[in-house]
Design a protein around this ligand. Structure first.
Ligand code: NAP
Ligand code: SF4
Length: 667
């Protein structure tokens, strides 16, 4: 019988474990790992993914000892009691038909604790805490702690373990000259630097016995100065294979690397060439990872011999049913991860529980439940931006009869604008998902229809999601032909001239500056612009970045003093700021806007007047809520719900908008 993704869905045997397919939910910390009272929630989160068909789940990282904690009191697997408690996780996954591996991760100098340790006493640039160097005996003990932790995972019912050897954590810190300045048997020559991971794998194999799968996550590209050479990477791959590893997983880039590796601007499959090279060099199965988010790409990577398995962490957060939908020829119903990081990694880095922008139920499986309604209502949802789409789909999923009104000819609202930004093309996937779900659920979608109070009178319930309109601030000359809104630029109504000023440097001002200076790039060009080179020629895979040729001269201006883009998200803001620099965008802070006229934009900075001679002044000064219809309905005494940007325009936020839509249906 033919299946739609025969390579991805083909079983594979790893030691004594046979997986039903080759899709792996890669390790990702959610914040639910850290406290014992969250284990039932963690179990429900994984069980939902297991029921959704994924072949193997890998947990977030568990430290092998306290000095390996990611933060104070973070997840660890160090005692028999902890091991016993984890049965609730492994049992839940097994009952749902899945398999689960536990990752053992020692944070090393990335540990956000004052008692972190590393190969050498060098502080990481992304952590205020300086580690102490492990003693020679301390290294030996730590290698044994890894093995003990793996043994406890095995006793807890885990089907495999993953040893975290990449992303700049402790093992990686031993491997690279950058961080290993030791002179004992654990440092110096490449052979000595590799001794630690090889000992860990060897002792783990001894502890867990033959047949129990050990996955080793190998850093194929460190993407930092002083990183490993390709020869070293391949030598290590052979050594861990000999020491007992069953599978090698792909790791790309240290957390301190200044090259983005997983955010949305990273092209899909950008790193798979590294896995393909590794696969040619080893005989055990290899797993590809990073920016793989569709079954087509995953299937292709196995079909063309790039990898034997494919790891997708965030895509399984976004849609637990990813594999079942792919297998049932319903791939067009997959809620695709758009690599925004906004609700997953950005939360984790702020010590908040992870979730997902496009799937607010992620990591809240026991709390945010969509129950079928007992008494279906007729519901009108007005506005088809992220909030309205989310509400319409969620309300229909709970059994209500939904009509969705949208005054423009398209679904999508602000998302439709966002997907025009080079590097944000993934946002189109969310609109494809919603459009398909509306169709499947039989929602009555009325485009080019501005609902009015009379028309809405017939519905039991009304949800207003009329969104926002761009704010046009009271700058003298704002009505001049040169002053245009970001919406008109992104939707193609206005074609901007060769020189432009962008007013307002929030998320949209930065995005618009990228839009005005960039064209979509091939993977090769993207890698070259970020200075990623052949690791066989450049240790760590870093070389000189190729200059970008911006399409226009752009000046980005804000009233605030201080750094442009300071308020952008933790895991992606730095990369957006780097792109502005690469594209030669001039940045001006602390400006007051005096006038827009034929000459351009007149501003004052530090008391000095300045004229920016530009063809267009693109206004990105935030938004105002569109709530006229809501006010009319409330005045008329109707019980109306309001969500999304129509509710609160400040810090307009798709994460909040989509969550409001789901919560409305859940309530
Ligand atoms: P925003 O982040 O609120 O930024 C608008 C900027 O316009 C403000 O930073 C402000 O800067 C300026 N401004 C506000 N009122 C003004 C006025 N009356 N006159 C002149 N300037 C004024 O809004 P946004 O850029 O439209 O983004 C909206 C939301 O979209 C964000 O909150 C974010 O959640 C999301 N978003 C994020 C990203 C990203 O992270 N990459 C990208 C796109 C959108 P000054 O006062 O300093 O001039
Ligand atoms: Fe993907 Fe964004 Fe969801 Fe994270 S929050 S899983 S990056 S869609």
């Amino acid at each position: 019988m033919s299946t739609p993704y025969p390579h991805l869905l083909e079983p594979i045997t790893l030691g004594n474990l046979t997986l039903r397919n080759r899709a792996v939910m890669g390790s990702m910390h959610t914040g639910l790992e850290d406290y014992v009272w969250d284990l039932p929630k963690l179990a429900a989160y994984y069980a939902e993914r297991a029921a959704g068909g994924v072949g193997l789940i890998i947990t977030g990282g568990y430290a092998p000892n306290k000095r390996g904690w990611l933060k104070p009191f973070a997840s660890e697997m160090t005692t028999r009691l902890q091991s016993q408690r984890h049965h609730q996780v492994t049992d839940a996954v097994h009952e749902a038909g899945g398999a689960i591996a536990m990752q053992v991760l020692h944070a090393g100098r990335y540990g956000y604790t004052p008692f972190s340790v590393s190969a050498s006493a060098d502080k990481a640039p992304i952590n205020p805490f300086k580690p102490s160097a492990l003693s020679t005996r301390g290294v030996d003990r730590t290698a044994s702690d890894f093995a003990r932790s793996a043994g406890l995972a095995q006793k807890a019912g885990y089907d495999a373990v993953e040893i975290m050897g990449s992303e700049g954590y402790l093992i990686n810190q031993f491997l690279a000259e950058r961080t290993n300045k030791r002179t004992d048997k654990w440092g110096g020559s490449a052979e000595n630097r590799m001794r630690f991971p090889v000992e860990i794998v060897r002792r783990t194999r001894e502890r867990v016995g033959e047949g129990f799968p050990i996955i080793y996550r190998l850093s194929l590209l460190d993407l930092v100065e002083g990183g490993q050479t390709w020869d070293e990477v391949i030598t290590l791959a052979h050594l861990v294979e000999e020491a007992g590893a069953t599978v090698i997983n792909t790791g790309i880039g240290w957390h301190e690397a200044r090259v983005p590796t997983i955010i949305t601007q990273v092209p899909r499959g950008a790193w798979t060439w590294t896995t393909a090279r590794l696969k040619d060099a080893v005989s055990i199965p290899v797993c590809a990872s990073n920016r793989i988010n569709t079954p087509d790409l995953a299937n292709q990577l196995i079909a063309d011999g790039t990898a034997d398995l494919v790891s997708m962490a965030r895509p399984l957060l976004a849609d637990p049913e990813f594999i079942n939908k792919a297998a049932a020829e319903r791939a067009d119903e997959i809620n695709t991860c758009i690599a925004c990081n906004q609700a997953c990694l950005d939360h984790v880095f702020k010590n908040r529980r992870a979730s997902c922008l496009v799937n607010p139920r992620a990591c809240r499986e026991t709390e945010l439940v969509l129950m079928p309604t007992v008494r279906p209502h007729t519901v009108a949802v007005v506005g088809a931006g992220p909030a309205g789409l989310s509400a319409a789909v969620s309300l229909a999923e709970t059994g209500n009869r939904v009509t969705l009104f949208e005054k423009s000819a398209h679904l999508g609202g602000q998302f439709r604008l966002a997907m025009q930004i080079p590097g944000k093309e993934e946002f189109a996937e969310t609109l494809r998902y919603y459009a398909r779900r509306l169709e499947v659920l039989g929602v009555d979608v009325r485009l080019e229809t501005a609902a009015d109070a009379a028309e809405l009178a017939a519905f039991d319930q009304i949800v207003i999601a009329t969104g926002v309109e761009p704010r046009m601030p009271a700058i003298p000359g704002i009505d001049h032909v040169k002053a245009v809104s970001y919406a008109d630029v992104l939707n193609g109504t206005v074609v901007v001239g060769e020189r432009a000023a962008v007013v307002g440097a929030g998320g949209i001002g930065v995005d618009v500056s990228v839009f005005l200076t960039h064209s979509p790039e091939s993977v090769e060009d993207w890698l070259a612009h970020w200075g990623v080179g052949d690791p066989a020629l450049h240790p760590g895979g870093l070389t000189s970045p190729k200059d970008r040729e911006p399409a226009r001269e752009v000046v980005l201006v804000q009233r605030k003093t201080g750094m442009i883009g300071a308020g952008l998200a933790k895991t992606s803001g730095w990369a957006h700021r780097a792109v502005l620099k690469q594209s030669g965008v001039t940045q001006i802070s602390g400006a007051t806007y005096d006038l827009i006229d034929d000459a351009g934009l007149h501003i004052t900075v530090d008391g000095k007047p300045l004229v920016l001679e530009v063809d267009h002044v693109v206004i990105c000064a935030g938004q105002e809520s569109v709530r006229g219809l809501y006010d009319d309905l409330v005045s008329a005494g109707r019980d109306v719900r309001i969500i999304g940007g129509a509710d609160v325009a400040a810090e307009l936020d798709a994460k909040r908008a989509i969550e409001q839509g789901v919560r409305l249906a859940a309530s």
